[in-house]
Ligand binder design. Structure first.
Ligand code: FES
Ligand code: FE2
Length: 354
């Protein structure tokens, strides 16, 4: 990248490869192989004859043909160029013609552990490794009292920028003015408790009023107390949880996948419990949520483009930028293979349009 007068020459990209990411929903992976990337690394996903999903590096060891151009034949993935065949563990199980000059390890493909559960296909991002941890489990997914909306969305931004955006409170009154919060009227004194744990950080907002925009009115028509938590969980889970009044509970959880360093796929699970009928609630809330999302996606793209133009980024944070620096700290630690560290709590107070 060319040097720029104002360039900081750095970006907040962290590659946490020793963890699980969602690469597709179960319904996206049918009989044909599916091509995707994690941190820009090409992968091929496919199901063997019994329906079990596998993930291999998308490169045939014979002549570099993408295996994703192949097809599943007799239970295994067949390369479309010369017909080498691979099982879900990456083992080459047949080569047309003479094959005894190859050692088994030279003709196998790096494979990634796959875990399919609740309609999501997860891949552990380091090949040929036994994962030391389990996949994240979405709360409320199958709880009867909750309505759940699932969405898959793509944004042009790093994991750090996307996670910060999802959990950032101060922008909501501006970028989404009127939908959720608004920047006219009075600011409120707000207190935030920041709780740092081994693999996560949580912000709890104290003294928050019901958001004055339309979404708040739909969720809690009678007003009432608000309890609000924002969480980031390694490697890339973001969660916003609201309790409004007596009977409304809303928990939006998203697993972010680093398709490339500056491209993130968001697998969102939004669960609601409110006094309103499910269908009415989905009907009212979904357009608002999607509008908020489009505003965020446009801003992330604009930020990414600015970082690209300047060859790097700059950050000047205030007390109100609660989770962005914490997320980056966790990502950098995890990238170095250091999870854990000191647990701590902190309380901050500042004025905000809330
Ligand atoms: S490139 Fe795959 S079989 Fe030749
Ligand atoms: Fe937003």
């Amino acid at each position: 990248m060319e040097e720029h007068l104002f360039s900081k020459g750095r970006t907040s990209v962290a590659r946490v490869v020793d963890d699980w990411y969602i690469v597709a929903t179960s319904s996206e992976l049918g009989k044909s192989p599916l091509r995707t990337t994690v941190y820009g690394i090409p992968l091929v996903l496919f199901r063997d004859g019994t329906g079990v999903a596998g993930a291999l590096l998308d490169r045939c060891p014979h002549r570099n043909a993408p295996l994703s151009l192949g097809a599943v034949k007799q239970n295994v993935l067949e390369c479309s160029y010369h017909g080498w065949r691979f099982d879900t563990t990456g083992k080459c199980i047949s080569i047309p013609g003479p094959s005894n000059e190859f050692k088994e390890k030279d003709r196998r493909v790096e494979s990634f552990q796959v875990h399919e559960e609740n309609g999501f296909i997860w891949v552990y991002a380091t090949p040929d490794r036994e994962p030391p941890r389990e996949v994240f489990r979405f709360p409320f997914l199958h709880e009867q009292k909750y309505t759940t909306i699932q969405e898959t969305l793509d944004v042009r931004g790093s994991i750090h920028a996307t996670a910060e955006n999802a959990l950032d409170v101060p922008h909501t009154a501006y970028l989404h003015g009127g939908l959720f919060r608004q920047s006219d009227g009075e600011k409120n004194e707000i207190e935030v408790k920041v709780n740092r744990l081994q693999d996560r950080v949580e912000a709890e907002y104290i003294g928050e009023q019901r958001p004055r925009g339309v979404a708040g009115k739909i969720l809690a028509p009678g007003g009432g107390m608000v309890s609000h938590f924002d969480r980031f969980i390694l490697p890339s889970i973001v969660q916003v949880e609201y309790r409004l009044g007596e009977s409304s509970h809303l928990c939006i959880t998203a697993a972010l996948t680093p398709v490339e360093d500056f491209r993130t796929r968001i697998f969102a699970v939004m669960s609601f419990r409110t006094p309103l009928p499910d269908r009415l609630l989905s009907f009212l809330l979904k357009p608002i949520i999607m509008r908020i999302f489009r505003q965020d996606a446009a801003m992330l793209e604009a930020q990414t483009e600015t970082i690209r133009k300047f060859g790097g980024e700059q950050f000047q944070s205030t007390q109100a930028d609660v989770l962005g620096p914490e997320i980056l700290r966790l990502l950098r630690m995890a990238e170095r293979g250091e999870r854990g560290g000191n647990q701590s709590r902190e309380t901050r107070s500042f004025h905000l349009f809330l």
